[in-house]
Write a protein of this length. Structure first.
Length: 331
């Protein structure tokens, strides 16, 4: 019998964030105003945001780190927050995945340089999933599991198939990348995923549907993306978020909600906002929230992280997150 709670599996990354006035052209100078170190990637960002929202929730972190200072920092951070770490593999001769992130304080956009490190070996020694829920991310950024091994299927798809047969409720997230391999890598996993939680760019790439016209997001095209992806095999819900709107498609109904209207000066950086939306969506799924209420909460938590200097939310109580809706209104 599966334990209550959720396992969050995949990328564990240590972020070194450099806050700059402007991102320079190659060979030019820009000044660093501040530096911070935080955990990043799916497992920390999603797991920590969930723990903030529900301190009593049993959360197990599953991933691969190196036996180095960054790995120790990751373990200590999880343990301090009450997130279980026994299913994290520590590789003796590898470095923990690391990102040098340059955050433009003018627009909160982040340019990052990734050293894949130990995360590229995730899946070589997967532990059993002990909880009822499993969230995995990021597909396309887990090289061993993304590899196509036979019958056009990835290792990830075989792993998710086995877990699905065991009754685990599975959700997944994708990394945004400029490539044409979305369908090739991800398609074989979709029939074993209950809920796919992604952004508009990832949805467009996976569905192979253009969603912008003259630079403006076309809502009808975004909904078409959700329907195409659902027909590719996702079992329950497609949840798509974007800066302006978020939608849920369950195979019958489409639910949509505009994002909060945050003043430009309130936005500190965009690091972790998508993961925060994802975490709040998982909270809603585990608490059987109505789709529109789930979108309300998820958009508020994402907005809160946009106003936070780290991927961790500023607030903690559900009612306080939802109060942001009254404070700022919606687009």
């Amino acid at each position: 019998m599966k334990l209550s709670g959720i396992t969050v599996a995949g990328n564990i990354i240590v972020d070194s964030n450099k806050y700059i006035d402007i991102y320079p052209e190659e060979g030019h100078l820009s000044y660093i105003n501040d530096v911070s170190t935080s955990l990043g990637g799916c497992v920390p960002n999603t797991g920590i945001a969930l723990k903030v929202m529900d301190p009593e929730l049993h959360i197990i972190a599953m991933g691969t780190i190196g036996d180095d200072e960054n790995g120790k920092f990751a373990l200590q951070t999880f343990e301090n927050l009450g997130i279980e770490t026994k299913q994290i593999d520590i590789l003796k001769d590898e470095r923990t995945s690391h990102v040098d992130a340059f955050v433009n304080v003018e627009n909160a956009k982040r340019t990052f340089f990734l050293q894949e490190g130990a995360s590229r070996f995730f899946g070589q020694n997967t532990k059993p999933v002990l909880t009822k829920y499993l969230h995995v991310g990021y597909l396309l950024l887990l090289p061993y599991m993304d590899e196509i091994v036979e019958h056009g299927r990835t290792r990830m798809s075989y792993w998710l198939e086995q877990l699905s047969q065991d009754g685990v409720i599975i959700s997944c997230d994708i990394v945004s990348e400029e490539s044409t391999r979305y369908r090739k890598v991800i398609s074989s996993s979709l029939p074993y995923i209950n809920h796919l939680i992604i952004n508009e760019i990832e949805a467009s790439k996976l569905a192979e549907v253009e969603i912008f016209k003259n630079g403006v997001l076309q809502i009808d095209s975004l909904i078409q993306c959700a329907k195409v992806i659902k027909n590719m095999g996702v079992k329950e819900k497609i949840i798509i978020h974007s800066p302006n709107i978020s939608i849920i498609y369950d195979g019958i109904n489409v639910y949509r909600l505009n994002s909060l209207f945050l003043p430009k000066e309130a936005i500190v950086n965009s690091v972790g906002a998508g993961d925060a939306f994802c975490a709040a969506s998982l909270y809603g799924l585990m608490h059987d929230m109505e789709p529109t209420e789930m979108l309300r909460l998820a958009s508020c938590v994402a907005a809160d992280v946009l106003m936070s200097p780290t991927p961790k939310p500023n607030l903690c109580k559900i009612k306080d997150f939802l109060e942001l809706e009254n404070k700022y209104g919606r687009k």
